[in-house]
Design a protein around this ligand. Structure first.
Ligand code: FAD
Ligand code: ZN
Ligand code: ZN
Length: 311
């Protein structure tokens, strides 16, 4: 992964990206691997270095979530233990088995931690790392020489997995860059030089609005369509299957470009009812907006609708 070469390739690429991930921490890198593995043309931009921020400052535990056991969240603990097991099996170069000792000072702490951690072992099933066990006072002091010895009765030892965060981040970055759909399709950046960072502060998601008038209108129309569609969902309107309508679901950009900007009578009636809006004055205003923006097709539609409503 040569940064300069990647940037040159980025400059030379004119195809739009399916997915742009901003930030190369654990979350962004994982998302990029997932997206690239599904065949999306994926770009990941990191302004500084991979796993530079929070992802290099954690406790680095691939924990099975022992603390969630205390909250009796068994399904979360099971899921986390399963992930821990998979990572331990698939990437032993990134993960290691780490023992923890919980010292005991009160009589009830032995059975309390003992039973809890046996349950933890049991939830891990065949993917358990090393069974937890009770330690006597001497063994506890041998394991933690600087433990408070006053009143110390013993300890409980359990095991979890720890990972190498930098190595994990780089493995994810390289995996995302290597994945299908084709040579040179997925780009991963990071390791910004101080002089030449790739931080992201804005994105053209719907096309380049500065190119020409048609591109500007297309960009604006796409943006409005998304806003209208998602607002419809906020009013509990599901994807419309009966009419040509802005609430139609779509799988691709091409498909959503074919959908109209307006609502069908059914969805429109629902939204007018939910928002207590009278369609006539609203359509009049919309006609004015369409005139201003040069949306001819939409203006004609709303004028026709007004004529119908006046009948
Ligand atoms: C003290 C502590 C202990 C933890 N212990 C554990 C643990 O033991 N096990 C565990 O699984 N999790 C643990 N976590 C949680 C885990 O560390 C975080 O959930 C994870 O690292 C978050 O990753 P991230 O990618 O979301 O964020 P980050 O790692 O912060 O990544 C965000 C990245 O985005 C980049 N960025 C931001 N803005 C831009 C921009 N405009 N353009 C380009 N790039 C940008 C930044 O440079 C950064 O690299 C712990 C967290 C903390 C704080
Ligand atoms: Zn939708
Ligand atoms: Zn509809």
């Amino acid at each position: 992964m040569n940064r300069e070469r990647l940037i040159d390739r980025l400059d030379a690429s004119s195809e739009p990206w399916d997915i742009v991930v901003v930030g190369g921490g654990a979350t962004g890198l994982g998302a990029a691997v997932d997206a690239a593995a599904r065949g999306y043309r994926t770009l990941l931009l990191e302004q500084s270095d991979f796993a530079k921020a929070t992802s290099s400052r954690s406790t680095k535990l691939v924990h099975g979530g022992v603390r969630y056991l205390e909250q009796l969240n068994f399904s979360l603990v099971s899921e986390a233990l399963r992930e821990r097991g998979l990572l331990y099996e698939n990437a032993p170069h990134l993960v290691s088995n780490l023992g923890f000792v919980v010292p005991r000072f009160k009589w009830w702490e032995g059975p309390f931690y003992g039973v809890g951690l046996k349950l933890y072992d049991a939830l891990a099933g065949s993917e358990n790392l090393t069974p937890s066990r009770g330690l006597d006072r001497e063994a506890t002091i041998a394991a933690i020489p600087n433990v408070e010895q006053d009143g110390l009765q013993g300890g409980v030892m359990y095991h979890d997995a720890q990972f190498d965060d930098a190595r994990m981040a780089m493995t994810l970055a390289l995996t995302a860059a290597d994945l299908w759909p084709g040579k040179g399709w997925n780009f991963v950046f990071g390791q910004a030089s101080l002089r030449d960072r790739v931080g992201v502060w804005s994105l053209y998601r719907n096309g380049d609005p500065d190119k020409d008038k048609a591109s500007y209108q297309l960009c604006l129309k796409r943006t409005i369509k998304t806003a209208v569609h998602e607002t419809g969902h906020m009013f509990s309107i599901l994807h419309c299957t009966a009419w040509e309508c802005c609430m139609n679901g779509s799988n691709t950009r091409e498909e959503s470009d074919r959908h109209p900007l307006w609502f069908c009578p059914e969805c429109n009636a629902k939204v007018c009812w939910a928002t207590r809006v009278d369609p006539v004055p609203r359509y009049r205003k919309t006609v004015e907006v369409c005139k201003k923006l040069g949306f001819e097709e939409e203006r004609a539609f709303y004028e026709k609708s007004l004529a119908r409503l006046a009948e």
